[in-house]
Design a protein around this ligand. Structure first.
Ligand code: GAP
Length: 514
């Protein structure tokens, strides 16, 4: 496995070299925080979507899908609070002219103080070896205590400034902490301003303010405003869910770390409509079910954790993030929120339309409560790549890079190679490929040595390679090579389809999710 510190760089390079992810508009020097998915990336992305969709819609009788338009009536974003409050506090450095998120500058500062504590603990561990008592050390070492106290005070002030939208104190904190611009090194800052993250554009040909519409910053609102359409046309009974996969857009100020934080990205969201009062039960259920979905990809329990929000946003009565151990450390992968009846109530208020559900069992109408699961597709893609990217030293001293993606997510399921380009081997290989292509994405390759062809398939995570050789022409058998063990077996060519089908089936990952 590559060293964590340079794993992200390696993944970025590998993604480009093997057609997973390209910078957008590259020949025009790129467009910041926008990326294109290449020939293998789009397959992997589609397979992740399929896994999510099957786990939500196919595996739950009471969850159905939706594909709402990206453009929606602008009042939706007033009602949801995005026009007034979907902001990041930004600050500019007057010398470098670089723009930063004020909260990120402070968070980075606090992270540095935390790193000092960890360095001190590591020093202690080295010095005292086996007799080292970490808890005691953390509770008594003067440097650790001083820095822990500093962090506590900073966090309290920071939290209050954010909660009160106190932009003056955010600036004051940056000044008090003597935070300098990483580019110019100067502390010459502008005031902190709120910056709305929504992209806007104009509808139709008249460009006045009344025609302003927004590119949706989350897919969820399309679900809220359609919930009664779906409920009535599908005769759904509470509790029920609506799932949607689609693009979302945010004008992120600090856009970095590859596809982790993009300006155009995809979300896989599900809103689960429940009887008021039962939301905490469903919230706990969805927390566990979503974690299990991630674990079923097989990347190790230790790489996931919940981060419960101590003070959820005003519209939520509970919220947590599922964090994944990305190459840059543990970061948010998915959000699970108990959103109460906030959104539906607001849409009732702003649209003037009743959005109540008639519950036949209770014989009364009410606005359902909502538990939301909201997963970033691109972040899941990055998690899959980072967990799967493996550098291996082989017995003969050579090295290979192999993408150990779960076979059901692999972009290509099987590659078919004629050993040589003569004696009818290519024709036979094509024949086998033609019988497999109805069920799987297959690749045919006849160029280069067989070893090089195996390496190329390893690098894109193809679970099986089939080789057609002289013996195939005599007895109809082929060799089948397993990506991970590199073991080759000789089997009858008619068995290939069944073997690949079993290997790439999503069934196990889905059935574990019950
Ligand atoms: N409807 C709730 C919602 O949108 P969120 O926590 O803002 O909640 C949900 O976003 C998920 O969308 C995040 O956990 C993350 O995986 C993904 N996401 C958010 N902003 C993103 C960005 N700029 N680039 C890539 N993924 C992003």
């Amino acid at each position: 496995m590559a060293d964590k510190s340079d794993l992200l760089k390696k993944i970025i390079a590998h993604s480009k070299e093997y057609g997973f992810v390209f910078p957008s508009s590259e020949i025009y020097d790129g467009l910041s925080a926008v990326y294109d998915y290449g020939q293998n990336g789009v397959e992997l992305k589609n397979n992740i979507k399929e896994y999510w969709w099957a786990s939500m819609v196919q595996m739950h009788e009471n969850i159905v899908g939706l594909d709402a338009a990206i453009f929606m009536h602008p009042t939706i974003w007033k009602a949801s609070g995005h026009v007034d409050a979907f902001n990041d506090p930004l600050i500019d450095n007057k010398d470098s002219k670089k723009r930063y998120r004020a909260d990120v500058l402070i968070e980075d500062y606090i992270a540095k103080v935390e790193a000092k504590i960890e360095k001190e603990v590591a020093k202690g561990k080295k010095k005292f070896e086996d007799s080292f008592d970490e808890e005691q050390f953390r509770n008594t070492n003067p440097n650790v205590l001083r820095n822990a106290d500093k962090i506590e005070k900073l966090n309290a002030r920071f939290k209050k400034a954010l909660e009160d939208s106190d932009l003056v104190d955010l600036k004051k904190m940056i000044e008090d902490l003597e935070i300098a611009c990483p580019v110019s090194g100067s502390k010459n800052w502008t005031e902190v301003r709120q910056f709305n993250l929504m992209f806007d554009t104009k509808l139709g040909s008249v460009s006045d303010d009344s025609n302003t519409i927004y590119l949706r910053p989350e897919t969820a609102q399309g679900i809220f405003v359609n919930y009664l359409n779906v409920q009535k046309s599908g005769r759904m009974k509470v509790p029920f869910g609506i799932a949607q996969i689609g693009k979302a857009f945010r004008n992120e100020i600090v856009a970095r770390q590859f596809i982790f934080r993009m300006r155009e990205f995809e979300q896989m969201e599900m809103q689960f409509f429940v009887k008021p009062g039962t939301q905490m039960e469903w919230y706990e259920k969805w927390k566990q079910e979503r974690l299990q979905w991630h674990l079923n990809m097989g990347f190790g329990e230790e790489n996931y954790r919940f981060h419960d929000h101590l003070k959820p946003a005003h519209y939520a009565d509970a919220a947590t993030d599922i964090e994944y151990n990305f190459p840059m450390g543990f970061k948010e992968l998915e959000g699970i929120h108990s959103r109460t009846d906030f959104d539906l109530k607001k849409h009732e208020e702003f649209s003037g339309k009743k959005l109540q559900y008639f519950d036949p069992e209770e014989d009364k109408s009410y606005i359902p409560y909502v538990v939301e699961t909201s997963l970033g597709l691109d972040r899941t893609f990055l998690a899959v790549l980072s967990s799967s990217y493996t550098e291996e030293k082989l017995e003969d001293g050579s090295e290979r890079v192999v993408l150990k993606v779960p076979p059901f997510l692999a972009p290509t399921k099987v590659a078919v190679f004629p050993l040589t380009k003569k004696d009818g081997l290519p024709e036979k290989a094509r024949e086998i490929m033609d019988s497999l292509k109805y069920d799987f994405i297959c690749r045919y390759e006849e160029k280069d040595t067989i070893g090089k062809r195996y390496r190329r398939q390893d690098a894109i995570g193809t679970p099986y390679c089939i080789t057609i050789d002289q013996q195939t022409m005599e007895d109809g058998t082929v060799t089948i090579r397993d990506r991970d063990s590199m073991k080759q077996d000789r089997i009858a060519s008619e068995k290939v389809g069944d073997i690949v089908a079993e290997k790439v089936s999503m069934r196990k990952a889905l059935s574990n999710n019950d």
